[in-house]
Design a protein around this ligand. Structure first.
Ligand code: COA
Ligand code: AMP
Length: 630
C-alpha cells in the first residue's frame, strides 16, 4: 500500500481505520467503537478496558518471548552497557509496582518521576502504568523550582527519583533537588522512592524516603490492573506562554493504539528489532519512542546516557548503532549539528559497521537542509524529518518508512499522517492557497494518542488550542502546505522558543528576570544559534536610580534563570538597554528585536511608538557580539 492509499483509507472511514489499528492492542474488554464525542475535543476507545504495561511487557513474555531483549542501556557516562530481557523487565516492574501498592498507591494516583537515562526510569514509568497510577516525568535539566511547580499541579502521592544524573564533567544531584522542590511545594508527597547510584549516594529522610533496591527486593510482584480507555496514562508538562507549564494529558487506549500503529508504519520497527531514540525520558519523544512505542511493538529499545559529542567523541552515535545493530535511529537535528561541528568530514562514521541502519529520523526542531544533506551523504540511508509536539504524542507529518518512503524534500517533514487533516489558516480562520504562509491547524477531532485536555485546566486547554479557530486544533506553528501537500514548518506563532530541540517559554524566563530587584522591565527573545537552533537572549531595563554595574546585574539574572528554571534553559546572555521598543498600544516588539540580533535588515514596524529606540537596541546588541546590521 502507498502513502496515498493509506491516507485515503483513513479519510474515507476514520472509525474503521482506527478500529483496525486497535487490533494490534491486547484488550481486557475491547472498545465498542473508536471515537467518542465527549470531553472538550473528543476521546478514543473510551469504553475499552486495557493496561499499558501488559501491552508493553507482559504480553510478550506470555507469548514466549521472555528471553528477548527489551532494554539495552548504553552509558558512556559510566562506561557501561547492561541489558534487560522482557522477562527481567516484567519482574522488576511488577515488584516496583508492588512497592507502590503496598503504600496504598493505585489507580488514578499521581506519581512524579525525576530520573536520568537509566533503565530504572523506564521501570518506574511502567510500574505506574501497571497499576493505573498516572505518572509525570520531569526532565532532569529542570531546577528544583520547576519540579515544585509540577508537584503542586499534579499533587503526586509519590515521587520516584534517582540520587543523581551524570552530565559531562559534573554530577547532578537529583535527590537534593527533589528535597528542595518538596520543601518549596505546598503539596507534600507521602513517600519517595530513591534509586541510589554509586556516583552519588543521597542522604535519606527517615519515614519518607524508601531505598529503591531494598524496597524492590522485599516487594511482592503485582499484576496489571485494567483501566478504561480514557483513563489518563500520564501527564507531561510542556512550555506555554507563561511560567506555568501546561500539563498535557495522555489517555491510555489512544496512546497504545497510536504507538502500536506508528512504530511499524513510520519507523519500520517490528518485534525483535532495535530502535534507538537519542533523547530523554523527560520529553515526549522519550515517552513515545524510548519507552512505550518500541516495547509495545516487542522491539528492543536502546537507552543512551551520553551526549552526541564529548562522550567520548563525535563517533559515539555511530559506535552505538554498530554495537547494538540499531535499525532505526532517531535524534534531534541539533545533535547532528554538534557531531558535524566536531567531525565535519564524518571521518568517525567510517570507523563503524553501520550496515544494520536503515534510516535516521529527526524531530524536535526544523531539520535544516544542510544537516540533512551532511547526514545522508555520510550514513547513506534516508534521513527523515518529521514534525510533532508534546501535545500530539506522535508525528503529525512524517515520511512513513514502513509503508514506503515518499520523495524527500529537504526542509519539509513531508506529509500528514493518517488522522491529521492539516490546514493552513489566515487570521480569520479561512484556509489559504497552497504555498501561502499561515497558522497551521488540524481539523478536529485529533487522532488517537493526542491530548484530550490539560490536567486540571480544561478552560486553558480550550483557550490555548481550540478557541482561536473553531473546529480546529491550533498547533502554535506557522508555515505552509505546498501544491503537493508537503508540510513546511517555518516558525512559532507564540513566545515559545526551541533551544537544542527543547521547547522553552520566553515568558517563563521573563518572569524570572522581572523578579530581580534592579529590573524594571524586560524581554526575552530567541536568537539564531548555529548549534542549538535558537538561544535565549534577555534585554533588561533597570529601575531609575540603580547604580549597580550592569555587568553584575546581567550575571545575576543568568544565574537566576539557571537556578529557577534549570540549565536546560541555556540562558547565558543578557544586556541592559534604556528602553524597549513597543507598539503604540504598549506591546513589546520582540520579533523585531530578534531580527535585529539575527543580523537581518529591519524596517521599523508601522505601529512602533518611537523608531529611534531600534538604533539603541542595535547598539546594545552589537555591544554583546550580535551581527547587527545598520
Ligand atoms: N540533567 C541535568 N542537566 C542537564 C540535563 C539533564 N538531564 N540535560 C542537559 N542538561 C544541562 C547540560 O549539562 C547543559 O548544562 P551547562 O549549561 O552546564 O552546559 C544544559 O543543560 C544545556 O543542555 P543541552 O541543551 O542539552 O545542551 P548540551 O550543552 O548538553 O549539549 C548538544 C547538547 C548541543 C550537543 C545538543 O546537540 C543535544 O544533543 N541536545 C539534546 C537534543 C535532544 O535530545 N532533544 C530532545 C528532543 S528530541
Ligand atoms: P515539543 O512539544 O517539545 O516536542 O516541541 C514541539 C515544537 O517543536 C513544535 O510545535 C515545533 O515548533 C517544533 N518542532 C518539532 N519538530 C519539528 C520539525 N520536524 N520541524 C519543525 N519544527 C518542529
Amino acid at each position: 500500500m502507498s502513502y496515498q492509499d493509506l491516507y485515503a483509507r483513513w479519510k474515507a472511514d476514520p472509525e474503521a481505520f482506527w478500529m483496525q489499528a486497535a487490533d494490534a492492542v491486547d484488550w481486557t474488554a475491547p472498545p465498542s467503537r473508536a471515537f467518542f464525542d465527549q470531553g472538550p475535543a473528543g476521546e478514543w476507545f473510551a469504553d475499552g478496558m486495557v493496561n499499558t504495561c501488559w501491552n508493553a511487557v507482559d504480553r510478550h513474555v506470555a507469548a514466549g518471548h521472555g528471553d528477548r531483549l527489551a532494554v539495552i542501556h548504553d552509558s558512556p557516562m559510566t562506561h557501561s552497557v547492561s541489558r534487560l530481557t522482557y522477562a527481567q523487565l516484567q519482574d522488576q516492574v511488577a515488584r516496583l509496582a508492588g512497592v507502590l501498592t503496598a503504600r496504598g498507591i493505585g489507580k488514578g494516583d499521581r506519581v512524579i518521576i525525576y530520573m536520568p537515562m537509566i533503565p530504572e526510569a523506564l521501570q518506574a514509568m511502567l510500574a505506574c502504568a501497571r497499576i493505573g497510577a498516572i505518572h509525570s516525568v520531569v526532565f532532569g535539566g529542570f531546577a528544583a523550582h520547576e519540579l515544585a511547580v509540577r508537584i503542586d499541579d499534579a499533587r503526586p502521592r509519590a515521587i520516584i527519583a534517582a540520587s543523581c544524573g551524570l552530565e559531562p564533567g559534573r554530577v547532578v544531584p537529583y535527590k537534593p533537588l527533589m528535597d528542595r522542590a518538596i520543601a518549596e511545594a505546598a503539596h507534600k508527597p507521602e513517600v519517595t522512592i530513591v534509586f541510589q547510584r554509586p556516583d552519588c549516594v543521597a542522604e535519606m529522610v527517615a519515614g519518607r524516603d524508601l531505598d529503591w533496591t531494598e524496597a524492590v527486593a522485599a516487594a511482592d510482584p503485582v499484576d496489571c490492573v485494567p483501566v478504561e480507555g480514557n483513563h489518563p496514562a500520564y501527564i507531561l508538562y510542556t512550555s506555554g506562554t507563561t511560567g506555568q507549564p501546561k500539563g498535557v494529558v495522555r489517555h491510555t487506549a489512544g496512546h497504545l493504539v497510536a504507538l502500536a500503529w506508528s512504530v511499524p508504519h513510520i519507523y519500520d520497527i517490528g518485534p525483535g528489532e532495535v530502535f534507538w531514540v537519542a533523547s530523554d525520558v523527560g520529553w515526549v519523544v522519550g515517552h513515545s519512542y524510548i519507552v512505550y512505542g518500541p516495547l509495545i511493538a516487542g522491539a528492543t529499545t536502546v537507552v543512551f546516557e551520553g551526549k552526541p559529542v564529548g562522550t567520548p567523541d563525535a563517533g559515539t552515535f555511530w559506535r552505538v548503532v554498530a554495537d547494538h545493530k540499531v535499525k532505526s535511529f532517531f535524534t534531534a537535528p541539533t545533535a547532528i549539528r554538534a557531531v558535524k561541528r566536531d567531525d565535519p568530514e564524518g571521518k568517525l562514521v567510517g570507523q563503524y559497521d553501520l550496515s544494520s541502519l536503515k534510516a535516521m529520523f529527526l524531530a524536535g526542531e526544523r531539520a535544516d537542509p544542510d544537516t540533512v544533506t551532511w547526514a545522508e551523504e555520510r550514513l547513506k540511508v534516508p534521513v527523515i524529518d518529521h514534525w510533532w509536539q508534546t501535545e500530539t504524542g506522535w508525528a503529525i507529518a512524517a515520511n512513513p518508512l514502513g509503508v514506503g518512503l515518499m520523495p524527500i524534500r529537504k526542509g519539509s517533514p513531508t506529509l500528514p499522517m493518517p488522522g491529521y487533516d492539516v490546514q493552513v489558516l489566515d487570521e480569520g480562520g479561512h484556509p489559504v492557497a497552497p504555498g501561502t504562509l499561515g497558522a497551521i491547524a488540524i481539523r478536529l477531532p485529533l487522532p488517537p494518542g493526542t491530548l484530550p485536555t490539560l490536567w486540571n485546566a480544561e478552560d486553558r486547554f480550550r483557550r490555548a488550542y481550540l478557541d482561536h479557530f473553531p473546529g480546529f486544533y491550533e498547533t502554535g506553528d506557522a508555515g505552509y502546505v505546498d501544491e503537493d501537500g508537503y508540510v513546511w514548518i517555518m516558525a512559532r506563532t507564540d513566545d515559545v522558543i526551541n533551544v537544542a530541540g527543547h521547547r522553552l517559554s520566553t515568558g517563563g524566563m521573563e518572569e524570572v528576570l522581572a523578579a530581580h530587584p534592579a529590573v524594571a522591565e524586560c524581554a526575552v527573545i530567541g536568537v539564531v544559534d548555529a548549534l542549538k537552533g535558537q538561544a535565549p537572549l534577555g534585554l533588561l531595563c533597570l529601575k531609575k536610580g540603580v547604580e549597580t554595574d550592569p555587568a553584575q546585574i546581567t550575571a545575576e539574572v543568568v544565574r537566576m534563570v539557571r537556578d529557577r528554571i534549570g540549565p536546560v534553559a541555556a540562558f547565558k546572555t543578557a544586556c541592559v538597554v534604556d528602553r524597549l521598543p513597543k507598539t503604540r498600544s504598549g506591546k513589546i516588539l520582540r520579533a523585531t528585536m530578534a531580527k535585529i540580533a539575527d543580523g537581518c535588515e529591519v524596517v521599523a514596524p508601522a505601529t512602533i511608538d518611537d523608531p529611534a529606540i531600534l538604533d539603541e537596541i542595535r547598539a546594545a546588541l552589537a555591544g554583546v557580539g550580535y551581527p547587527v546590521r545598520a
